[in-house]
Design a protein around this ligand. Structure first.
Ligand code: KIV
Length: 259
């Protein structure tokens, strides 16, 4: 299936068309991508969250395009079925020309769609990328690339004005051609309203009970498998404790060696 057809198949999974919620996880390397793909997750995001959970930076604002290309290539070698989305990192889409050139590089590295953060001010860039035949996912609500300006990771959609602003941005992105929109840390009532107002699927993270608020859910893989114990967001539900398993295995290895 070509990348446009794959993105269209995701767009068609809008909740009100009676289909199962979309599933999305982040992946940053070959073995994880292969395991998640074989587990049949719909979407794999090579997110710039790799800045924290893989590269050890305090936030996503340190991630470069070269780093993204490196990890997109690894994920693309591991996944056969899931649609692979590559994040455009901070300052890689300051203008429409840069946005398109760098989206093309992510596609050449193996992504099948790209994601960027922001609303109305990104609509022209989205349009330029989509017109070049590259599917785009939007990202609204809490924007991690703006964490410094925002002074932290805050919930969004708490006031009517804020909901209105997110909705305007979402409609502008939809009009520009995105096939889905990630909603991050939007309070449940606002996420539900946005999901109802939009024709494209919403994919929530930190938006409450996904089955009620959004058309699908995305989670950071390290939160799901418990492999990054130093910070776990309050909304995450760890389903394994990989960090403890690693520690146990390594202690076993060291003890056996010392005997
Ligand atoms: O980079 C990332 O992992 C993301 C998700 C939080 C949606 O953008």
């Amino acid at each position: 299936m070509d990348l446009i057809a794959k993105a269209e198949a995701i767009r068609a999974r809008k909740k009100n068309k009676g289909t199962a919620p979309l599933s999305a996880l982040t992946a940053y390397d070959y073995p994880t991508a292969r395991l998640l793909d074989e587990a049949k997750v719909d979407l794999l995001l090579v997110g710039d969250s790799l800045g924290m959970v893989v590269l050890g930076y305090p936030d996503t604002t340190h991630v470069t395009l070269d780093q993204m290309l490196h990890h997109v290539g690894a994920v693309a070698r591991g996944a056969k079925e899931a649609l692979i989305i590559g994040d455009l990192p901070i300052h890689s889409y300051d203008t429409a020309v840069e946005a398109l050139a760098n989206a093309r590089l992510l596609i050449e590295a193996g992504a099948q769609a790209v994601k960027l953060e922001g609303g109305i001010r990104q609509a022209g860039k989205v349009r330029a990328i989509v017109e070049a035949g590259i599917p785009v996912v939007g990202h609204l609500g809490m924007l991690p690339q703006r964490v410094k300006e925002e002074g932290g990771y805050k919930k969004k959609g708490k006031t009517e004005a804020e909901v209105e602003m997110i909705l305007e941005g979402a409609l502008a992105l939809q009009e520009a051609g995105v096939f889905a929109i990630v909603l991050e840390s939007v309070i449940p009532s606002a996420a539900t309203l946005l999901t109802e107002e939009l024709a494209v699927p919403t994919i929530g993270i930190g938006c409450g009970d996904t089955r009620k608020t959004c058309d699908g859910e995305i989670a950071v893989i390290t939160d799901v498998i418990g492999s990054y114990p130093w910070f776990v967001p309050p909304f995450a539900t760890p389903r394994a404790d990989v960090a403890s398993e690693i520690t146990k295995a390594v202690k076993g290895y060291l003890n056996a060696l010392a005997r």
